[in-house]
Design a protein around this ligand. Structure first.
Ligand code: NIG
Ligand code: FE
Length: 459
């Protein structure tokens, strides 16, 4: 008998499971499929017709189920606003020149320095909840706007606080250790880098505030050697590595990152064939950020060369107040296809299986038995539609660990044992789609199905 609390069926189930992928079907899809969920985990995936008799099924209809989306590169823990700078840049102002004059990252640094940990956590929680409503179930969040120890630690603690709130994606925290040189450190750059690598980094590791360490390796940021010094310390402390590489110029970041076994090089508008070859050999992912290069009016990274070398491509939002003023991973997927020439299948893998692998949370990137029950039900007839509806969310149901983050109607088990139905949006939060008994689940799901019929099945 199937271990099952309930199941969701759909006309297409997109597993993103490597074990099901074929050349003709790289996403491992199942027509008229279903996902069976038990205690927060996927317990079975397969054709709807093969589900055990007696398992309550939410018949979601002519829709698509994918794994929960994974946004592997965000700077979502920020404060303040860069609207003035945005207008200047759109009128022709140069991003790097504005940064060199104390704007850009340093302007957000000032806003973060004067924000409390609680207000940073609140701003991040709100952003993460909006991301979750778009279908994001796992989200990397970087620090990097504190720059000085006290404020970096505050930003990382705010990330930890937001990660523990209900209704947010699973958070993977990254210590973006070298992002910009604070004004006070200009006179002794080497001392700043050493302080970050030998004092701040161990403090971050001690407090377990980060899973990854990142550095911005670029012409007007940090050198590959500074990145290496930091990366070696991070590795010695057991932390994973990801680097901002080649956003404006190739300064050898890809080679350095691959040498250190980094999980990803991000941006890569400028990378040499040798850098790509080293990434391929090291299994370092390429995290593509099409919304940042769109904002900066840049040419795309060498996608054809990355593909030919077999580098796994990730697509992420880069959500930040400067170069990617967005919270939308689906919008990044749209641009990955429109401006970078990824196929829709490549884009979807870049926001599921490959993104999860780059964050060392493989199980969250595919629908297969034993994986967390992270999924999105899309109000779309085919998964390729996920990369099309610009500016509109077609995510109908979002589950994280089998718990509802978004649902057209919310089911709760009332104390008297009678399941009740609540209108969606009244109460988004931690409402588990779990039932004490199978009978309760069946009753609730029967009511959901009846409601879906009368309401046309759509949020
Ligand atoms: O990924 N390039 C550096 N970091 C960010 C931008 C940060 C900012 O402008 O605030 C990026 O594009
Ligand atoms: Fe970034």
């Amino acid at each position: 008998m199937m271990n099952a609390t309930f199941a969701i069926s759909a006309s297409r189930v997109v597993t993103c499971d490597a074990a099901r992928a074929t050349e003709a079907d790289p996403l491992g899809t199942i027509d008229d499929g279903a996902v069976v969920i038990d205690s927060g985990l996927v317990s079975w995936v397969g054709p709807r017709a093969e589900i055990d008799e007696g398992v309550p099924v939410l018949e979601a209809g002519d829709v698509v189920i994918t794994p929960g989306l994974v946004d592997a590169h965000t700077h979502a823990a920020w404060a303040g606003s860069r609207h003035g700078e945005y207008a200047v840049r759109m009128a022709g102002g140069d991003y790097e020149a504005i940064a060199a004059a104390g704007g850009g990252i340093l302007s957000t640094q000032r806003a973060v320095a004067s924000a409390s940990e609680a207000s940073l956590a609140a701003a991040l929680t709100a952003r993460l909840r909006r991301m979750a409503q778009l279908g994001v179930v796992t989200c990397e969040v970087k620090s990097g706007y504190g720059l000085e120890a006290e404020h970096e630690l505050k930003q990382l603690r705010a990330i930890a606080a937001a990660a523990a709130m209900p209704g947010v994606p699973r958070v993977v925290p990254t210590f973006l250790a070298l992002h910009a040189l604070p004004a006070a450190a200009r006179s002794d750059r080497g001392a700043y880098v050493r302080r970050v690598a030998f004092e701040l980094l161990p403090a971050v590791a001690r407090e377990r505030l980060a899973a990854f360490v990142d550095a911005y390796v670029d012409a007007s940021a940090f050198t590959a050697e500074e990145g290496r010094l930091l990366g070696e310390q991070a590795r010695a402390l057991g932390l994973g590595l990801r680097f901002h590489v080649g956003q404006f110029a190739d300064v050898g970041g890809a080679e350095m990152a691959a040498d250190l076994g980094a999980r990803s090089c991000d941006h890569l508008e400028h990378v040499s064939p040798a850098g790509i070859a080293r990434m391929a050999a090291a299994g370092t992912h390429a995290a593509l950020l099409p919304l940042a290069s769109f904002t900066l009016r840049q040419d795309p990274p060498p996608v054809a060369a990355l593909r030919a070398a077999g580098v796994k491509m990730v697509v992420a939002s880069d959500a930040n107040p400067g170069t990617a003023p967005t919270e939308s991973l689906p919008l990044a997927l749209a641009f990955a296809v429109r401006s970078y020439g990824l196929t829709p299948d490549e884009a979807i893998l870049g926001a599921t299986r490959h993104a999860a692998s780059s964050l060392d949370v493989e199980a969250a990137g595919a629908l297969r038995p034993g994986a967390p029950a992270d999924l999105v039900v899309w109000d779309l007839p085919h998964e390729h539609g996920v990369v099309q509806p610009w500016g509109t969310s077609k995510a109908l149901i979002v589950l994280r660990d089998g718990v509802v983050t978004k649902f057209p109607w919310i089911v709760v088990s009332a104390d008297d044992g009678e399941p009740a139905l609540w209108e969606h949006n009244a109460k988004i939060g931690r409402v588990p789609l779990r039932f004490r008994t199978r009978e309760l689940a069946r009753a609730a799901i029967d009511r959901l199905n009846a409601e879906a019929k009368t309401k046309g099945g759509s949020a």
